[in-house]
Design a protein around this ligand. Sequence first.
Ligand SMILES: O=C(O)COP(=O)(O)O
Ligand SMILES: [Mg+2]
Length: 217
Amino acid sequence: MASALVFDLDGTLVDSAPDIHAGVAHLLAEEGLPTLSFETIRGFIGGGVPILITRVMRALDLPDDPQRHADLCARFIQRYEHDPGGLTQPYPGVAAALDMLDLPLALCTNKPEGPTRALLAQLGWTHRFPVIVGGDTLPMRKPDPAPLHLAIERLGAGPILFVGDSEVDAETAARAQVPLLLFTQGYRSTPLDRLPHHAAFDHWDAFAALVDGFTPR
Ligand SMILES: O=C(O)COP(=O)(O)O
Ligand SMILES: [Mg+2]
């Protein structure tokens, strides 16, 4: 049995791609640039805002301009923090699954802390996660293992399970040597058998049993 859990946020606990797409669409409209499809933007989620904006700029063939990149990141984050969750839904069964757990819970997300806290407040979830490590908490983001290590240190309990949805989470877990429970319905594009993971689940109704059945090696 695990004694603490660390969760990824986007694509794991919540389907936030519609708000992230809306934020990018707003930014591109302000810039007079063509828009990008929902599927394209959803495929850009996972590495945090700087990577998202780099991918958007490349998709539009914009020149590699660090100043413009920084400006677009700052504007995206500011707007997102102001309106974090109008289109965002928890995946079915998440709240019930979290309610069943009597363990300390942390978030380790590449979403910056400001929008993360704003989204949690909007969902009424602030009390659930006493520890939050966001994409701008440290100078490095996932897949660097440092954010996951920090979340674990702040939880101060173990053994730990990490719960995520993406290539980034699989690499983070492997580098941190923490077992990963992989939610299969998020923003991953790599086939399941090519991503290292301890166990996978398709629906949050199955989560509590997976945690109960976990035996640390
Ligand atoms: O904001 C992102 O790009 C990813 O966020 P996540 O780490 O919660 O999946
Ligand atoms: Mg994710």
